[in-house]
Design a protein around this ligand. Structure first.
Ligand code: LMR
Length: 400
């Protein structure tokens, strides 16, 4: 019955974590999957999360009943306010349909399915490059995938003219997938002025923005600054779709907690959209898991816990920014050929090094520095003990 099935390739990102784990070399470095690590190279359990969990377990009202199809309602509201701002007109006018989702990936999958069923999209335009899973998610939802240029290898920055031209040429009823902040994999975001230009062309062409927000507060340490693009689009009157993840900014990777928000024109439309989102979700997984939602809601709801979380988020983003500086200084100190200032000008979890696939192979095979073969390294994997090793590995790989 199943003998005809061919072996599928490993996932390019998640496989790096397995390869790292299976490597017994003492100098191995994990620069692959985007998961935060402390300066000791350990996963971080946020103090605010630990405290919230303690309170949840101590609460006699805590149970393990089913959530509704749309998840934990208080979480949905708090997540919406964190993303859009409490004073957002869309929030105040109750025209955002929000559902709890299985983290960012689950949110994208539900969002894509919903758009495929109800928006009749001609295509989705995705940045080149992007997070690999974006492409498969939209393909699985039967939405044709097209691309807009994003990365300019010469400037190691955003190819804003290429992007604007592609948006200008986009067919009617196109969805445009945008990374809300800390673009994955490049680490380069449009400037506020460039975001306005993107909004201008999208308004003129009536394109539908779909924001993937996986790093709010993680990129710059500021919840507000990292939500700038989304909030600006909404204040300009755009309707949009937003996938939100709490994996990185609360360190809740394995809890799979996120949300999908659809900003509509009126609250009546939002109610109808919400009712249909439930119809999309029910036959997929019935209703989402509870624990991550309880944690995130508690952290966002309790002012003391929220403050602890925000300061931890600031520390986490600062450590990454500091590692960028340290790595750049070391590359310069050992006279690595070329200009490496993009290491510090890029933001968020990742740096797009510009290394070729063969050079990346050398990083992995010879230096045990696990990274993606498109040149992406996770800055979170760099610490005060391994930055010299990583710099030497980069310098050596440039000879390939
Ligand atoms: C990454 O890009 O490394 C993360 O978003 C993890 C993932 O699911 O791919």
């Amino acid at each position: 019955k199943f003998g005809h099935i061919k072996l599928a390739p490993d996932d390019a990102i998640l496989q790096t974590a397995i390869a790292f784990r299976n490597d017994s070399h003492t100098d191995k470095v994990n620069l692959g999957v985007g998961a935060y690590r402390t300066d000791e190279g350990k996963p971080l359990l946020f103090r605010a999360v630990k405290e919230a969990e303690k309170q949840i377990l101590a609460d006699p009202a805590t149970n393990k009943e089913y959530l509704g199809i749309d998840g934990h309602l208080k979480f949905n509201k708090l997540a919406q306010e964190l993303l859009l701002g409490e004073s957002s007109s869309a929030v105040l006018e109750k025209r955002v349909a929000s559902v709890q989702t299985i983290s960012g990936t689950g949110s994208l999958r539900i969002g894509a399915e919903f758009l495929s069923m109800f928006f009749n999209p001609s295509c989705v335009l995705i940045s080149r490059p992007t997070w690999g899973n974006h492409i498969t998610i939209f393909e699985r939802a039967r939405i044709p995938v097209k691309y807009y240029p994003y990365w300019n290898p010469k400037t190691k920055g955003v190819d804003i003219e290429g992007m604007i031209n592609a948006l200008n040429d986009a067919p009617e009823k196109s969805i445009v997938l945008l990374h809300a902040c800390a673009h994955n994999p490049t680490g380069v975001d449009p400037t506020p002025d460039q975001w306005e230009r993107i909004a201008d062309v999208m308004a003129r062409k009536d394109l539908l923005p779909y924001f993937d927000s996986a790093y709010q507060g993680f990129a710059t340490g500021s919840i507000e600054r990292d939500a700038f693009a989304i909030r600006m689009f909404i204040s300009r009157g755009f309707q949009c779709v937003i996938s939100q993840s709490f994996a990185k900014n609360m360190g809740l990777y394995g809890e799979r907690i996120g949300a999908l928000h659809i900003v509509c024109r009126t609250s009546e439309i939002a109610d109808k959209v919400l009712s249909q989102l439930k119809i999309v979700i029910r036959p997929m997984y019935s209703n989402p898991p509870m624990h991550g939602a309880l944690i995130a809601a508690k952290v966002l709801e309790d002012p003391a816990l929220k403050n602890i979380w925000l300061s931890e988020l600031e520390q986490v983003s600062q450590r990454i920014i500091q590692m960028r500086r340290v790595l750049l200084e070391e590359l310069v100190r050992i006279e690595t050929p070329g200009d490496w200032t993009h290491i510090t000008s890029q933001i968020g979890m990742f740096s797009f090094t510009g290394l070729s696939p063969a050079q990346c192979e050398n990083m992995i095979k010879k230096w045990h520095c696990y990274m993606l073969t498109n040149g992406r390294i996770s800055m979170a994997g760099i610490n005060s003990r391994n930055y010299q090793h990583v710099a030497r590995a980069i310098k050596d790989s440039l000879q390939i």
